[in-house]
Design a protein around this ligand. Structure first.
Ligand SMILES: [Fe+2]
Length: 223
């Protein structure tokens, strides 16, 4: 006995909508080795003398490293990445400026809880010293519904997982939308994990981009 005949289909299409871009840039080793050596020396200088830090906590410098000449190469790299991201988004007509830049030091055992970076458009991190086991950055699915029902697939993929871990490694820059929540798991290595984080925002946002996106279509007419 035959079942009903399946309908003829002209086209089957699946569209993956509202994706979240994450840009990952790995510098060549002959670029990042000398850069990281210089950045690490400067960060050490800023953190001397070191205060006593509670177990599991991390250290952060002040948030003005982008204004300091010693961090100019890092600032240029972050600027280049942000410019490329805005071009990829088709938003190159909006220049970005760095609004904050700071170094994080996670000693062995330290972690950084889940957070986002409000009032900015793009955020990123660059790894100065982040060898194997020194903790990955975990990006969370921004759709809260994805945490409600989680059938286990044969293997989690980008379509079924609700978080994504990205290895931190020397010379890697990761850039993402500032609203994307993320955290850093505890440092399981025996070396300090050193990273530099930064935020970008569209300057003069109220003047350049916050006007209504529609145009009125009712014209006053004189009678
Ligand atoms: Fe962060």
């Amino acid at each position: 006995m035959n079942g009903p005949r399946p309908p003829r289909i002209d086209k089957l299409d699946v569209q993956e909508l509202f994706t979240t871009p994450v840009w990952i840039i790995d510098l060549a080793s002959d670029e990042h080795v000398p850069l990281n050596r210089a950045l690490k020396a400067e960060i050490e200088r800023l953190l001397t003398p070191r205060p006593k830090i509670p177990l599991g906590a991390n250290w952060q410098t002040e948030q003005t490293l982008h204004e300091q000449s010693a961090f100019r190469p890092l600032r240029d790299l972050a600027d280049m990445a942000a410019k490329g991201a805005m071009r990829w988004l088709g938003l190159e007509n909006h220049p970005l400026v760095i609004t904050g830049c700071w170094a994080n030091i996670n000693p062995p055992g330290a972690h950084h809880p889940r957070h986002s970076h409000p009032n900015n458009y793009l955020s990123g991190v660059y790894y100065v010293q982040a060898g194997p086991g020194s903790a990955e950055i975990v990006l969370s699915d921004p759709r809260p519904q994805s945490f409600v029902i989680m059938p286990g697939p044969k293997q989690f993929t980008a379509r079924t997982a609700n978080s994504r871990a990205i290895d931190s490694k020397d010379g890697r820059l990761v850039l993402f939308p500032s609203w994307l929540q993320h955290h850093v798991v505890s440092n399981q290595s025996q070396v300090e994990r050193i990273s530099i984080a930064f935020n970008f925002m569209i300057p003069n946002y109220t003047e350049t981009a916050s006007a209504p996106m529609w145009k009125g279509n009712v014209k006053a007419t004189s009678s």
